[in-house]
Ligand binder design. Structure first.
Ligand code: ATP
Ligand code: MG
Length: 507
């Protein structure tokens, strides 16, 4: 292909529309992506960002509209053609091959190399190591993908995009599972790629990241493109107004809930190599934050309490009674609920309907004696959809068809229906748009006011500060702080979160 004139955009999308079963989710989108720019796509959950990205990557075909690549009309009927054209999509949900090694996953993404069968093992491993070094990630590339943390899986996806030598790299919410240091690394790589003249599309709900990284932004609302503008010309308030079409409702911390008896008590909980001597309690009506960096062991503690991967020593008590939870069903029976950050683990049943997913944790209520009470199921599900403003076409739709943020809301709805006495929320607002966060926080506040004990794992400091009565901090598998609301500041949390080894170096 001849090189196009310098001002010809890499991608020129015109009149792009997309419908799924009669429902139009993108409408007449015109958008230019320039060479050598980092371009953000913004919008509320369900606005159409991922759908647009998937059209560029050949995952979906537009219902109407045309695409030009360097001024030439193109069809992108499938992801293989997209790869060949130099377009790579890093998905919102990593889609690696779990049983293949990291190195094999990297090679599979390569477009211009030789086919898999002809890549010598040693060379493949060496190249994979070089790539991971470039990203500054330490991991054993001969290990299978299964068992890697989501952050590491994401890094493999990013490395795969680098390896494929793409000219358009689309990152769909890549930073959610990453530590601040990993985010910095990713941004440095993105900038380098841009400076080489490649185009990056960056999708994120975090405005500060968009501001730090991107040159231009495009805002979607309800499937329409609302605006494309240089980031420097928009304030945060401008962006939010474009996104939600109304001013943002601030989260107001309502009168504090009455704090009651200890509901969850954890003593000296230990899982060797993962966390050690973790002790804390959460009282009824209390919201206790658990801060720290990704990988500090917070999710491991939650999984241990919930019986997913039990601790080897220490005790857990619920409402004053020591319990020995070996599996999640026991935890649920004891009144615990765990909303996990990892949608794949917390049990999205992708092919089942939204309704079935929402009511999945209350089989006894929905189907007493094994007979499903359809009307009740429907009523409970539609009530949740209304309360959490879940965007969908129908309750009977497979949940896998919902946008990422809306899937997250449906899973939260599922656990709320169990009416738990202890609720563990693990990064619950990851991928949730700014427009619903206020509602979300209010709901968490109401749950506490209703006497529930809430443990909130979050990497977002403003969220911890706004919601919590106390903030615990973990670092390298240990609790390093227990900060009262009055003393909780971003600095206090961060200084307890940073590993001692790093602090020594910094000092
Ligand atoms: N395969 C599909 N079948 C039916 N509807 C779909 C499908 N994929 C997406 N949709 C619908 O299209 C709309 C836009 O979804 P999309 O995933 O593009 O949103 P998004 O802007 O990426 O949101 P989020 O911030 O939550 O990730 C949503 O209402 C979604 O339910
Ligand atoms: Mg999306």
């Amino acid at each position: 292909m001849a090189e196009a004139a310098a001002d010809t955009p890499l991608i020129a999308a015109r009149g792009i529309s997309k419908s799924f079963a009669q429902i139009e989710v993108l409408r007449d989108v015109d958008l230019d992506l320039r060479r050598g720019e980092i371009h953000a796509l913004l919008g509320e959950n369900g606005a159409g960002k991922s759908t647009f990205a998937k059209i560029l990557a050949g995952v979906h075909r537009p219902t109407r509209g045309t695409l030009k690549l360097n001024g030439e009309p193109v069809e992108i009927p499938n992801p293989i053609v997209a790869q060949r054209l130099g377009i790579t999509l890093i998905h919102q949900e990593p889609i690696s091959f779990p049983d293949l090694s990291v190195a094999e996953n990297l090679v599979l993404g390569r477009t211009r190399g030789s086919p898999l069968g002809r890549v010598p093992w040693a060379q493949m491993t060496r190249e994979a190591r070089e790539l991971m070094d470039l990203l500054g990630v330490r991991m054993d590339v001969t290990k299978p993908m299964r068992g890697l943390s989501i952050a590491d899986q994401q890094m493999v996806e990013i490395a795969r995009a680098l390896a494929s030598d793409s000219r358009l790299i689309i990152m769909d919410e890549p930073t959610a599972p990453l530590t601040p240091k990993e985010v910095d690394t990713l941004f440095a790589i993105a900038r380098r790629l841009r400076d080489e003249g490649r185009t990056i599309v960056f999708i994120s709900h975090r405005l500060e990241e968009v501001r730090a990284l991107c040159d231009r932004v495009t805002v979607f609302r309800d499937g329409n493109k609302i605006a494309t503008e240089e980031i420097g010309k928009l304030t945060d308030a401008d962006i939010i107004r474009l996104m939600i079409g109304r001013p943002l409702r601030e989260y107001m911390h309502k009168s504090r809930a009455e704090i009651g008896e200890v509901a969850l008590k954890v003593e000296n909980l230990t899982l060797p190599g993962t966390f050690r001597d973790v002790s804390f309690e959460v009282k009824k009506g209390e919201i206790v934050g658990l801060g720290g960096l990704v990988g500090a062991g917070r999710t491991d503690v939650a999984r241990a309490i919930f019986g997913v991967a039990p601790a080897t020593s220490g005790t857990v008590s619920i409402n004053g009674r020591p319990v020995d939870i070996r599996e999640p069903s026991q935890a649920i029976a004891l009144g615990l609920a765990y909303v996990s950050e990892d949608r794949a683990v917390s049990g999205i049943f992708r092919t089942l309907s939204v309704e079935e997913n929402i009511t999945a944790a209350i089989p006894r209520k929905i189907a007493p004696g094994g007979i499903i009470r359809g009307a009740l199921e429907k009523a409970l599900a539609s009530e949740s959809v209304r309360k959490l403003r879940i965007r969908l076409a129908s309750l009977r739709q497979p949940i896998g068809e919902l946008s990422g943020g809306n899937q997250q809301k449906a899973i939260l709805a599922r656990w709320l229906l169990t009416d738990p006495s202890v609720l563990i929320l693990d990064e619950p607002t990851r991928g949730i748009d700014i427009g619903v966060k206020a509602e979300f926080y209010e709901m968490i506040g109401e749950l506490a006011a209703g006497g529930r004990a809430i443990l909130l794992i979050s990497s977002e400091l403003p969220e911890l500060l706004a919601l919590c009565d106390r903030v615990l901090v973990m670092s390298e598998g240990r609790l390093t702080a227990n900060i009262a609301r009055a003393d909780a500041t971003q600095e206090a949390i961060m200084s307890a979160a940073v590993p001692r080894s790093t602090q020594a170096v910094a000092a």
